[in-house]
Design a protein around this ligand. Structure first.
Ligand code: PGA
Length: 248
């Protein structure tokens, strides 16, 4: 049985003051260890939000990291630094980073390997654009993104990663994939992992759906056979996030 993961992605929202207030509100409302709850916050909010959630089941993650441990990379944050802060999860290769910050399949692979080296669970994002889906290329895109991201990982490494299927057309648009579409894509990804890494990796790897999930759609999506939870953007920075975590 795969334990579900509900990961919030705050993106570039909340000042440190607001972050602490909102985290406190979530702490009072979220009370479950039936799923793994992770909240991925801006770097400047990591420590204060970690403090708020201390002693609870809620984990605090980051939204990106560099693939080098240290060096002349002005403005970057490394996996070594995050590991030292006790950050257990990091989002890798979000489509906003692929599109706007030059993230490539190669950097995503390097970051994935580095996160694992530091004992941090990478939440690797993959997903097709509207144009790619309309022209029937969804599976090709996913095949390629998964193949690159997991290059040089062992089957046992793969059991430690989380994959988020996030169709770009559904992110922040209010246009959520149907549970059938989302499940099909997650099952396809699991099939790719099965082919390359075998039964146990495919059975263990957790594959999330992300893209306009709300407390109203969470339950149906997360009940599907191959969807092991969600990566939640807009609905993670509002009080009703608590309902997403408890599946509506
Ligand atoms: P959304 O974002 O839930 O606002 O669509 C999801 C994400 O970008 O991870």
């Amino acid at each position: 049985m795969r334990k579900k993961v509900i990961a919030g992605n705050w993106k570039m929202n909340f000042t440190p003051t607001k972050a602490e207030e909102f985290a406190q509100e979530m702490k009072n409302k979220i009370n479950t260890d039936a799923v793994d709850v992770v909240i991925c916050v801006p770097y400047v909010n990591l420590q204060s939000v970690q403090k708020v959630f201390e002693g609870t089941h809620i984990k605090v993650g980051a939204q990106n990291m560099h693939y080098m441990d240290d060096g002349a990379y002005t403005g970057e944050i490394s996996g070594l630094m995050l590991g030292d802060m006790g950050v257990p999860y990091v989002i890798i290769g979000h489509s906003e980073r692929r599109e706007r910050f030059g993230e490539t399949d190669t950097t995503i692979n390097l970051k994935t390997l580095k996160a694992l080296e530091h004992g941090i669970t990478p939440i690797i994002c993959v997903g097709e654009s509207q144009k790619q889906r309309k022209s029937g290329r969804t599976e090709n895109v996913l095949r390629k993104q998964i193949a690159f991201a997991l290059d040089e990982l062992s089957a046992s490494d793969v059991t430690k990663v989380v994959i988020a299927y996030e169709p770009i057309w559904a992110i922040g648009t209010g246009e959520v994939a149907t549970s059938k579409q989302a499940n099909e894509a997650c099952a396809f990804i699991r099939g790719q992992i099965h082919k390359r890494f075998g039964d146990s990796a495919a059975a263990c790897v957790r594959i999330l759906y992300g893209g306009s999930v709300t407390d109203e759609t969470a339950n149906e999506l997360f009940s599907m056979s191959d969807i092991d939870g969600g990566l939640i953007g807009g609905a993670s920075v509002v009080p009703s996030f608590e309902k997403v975590v408890h599946f509506g």
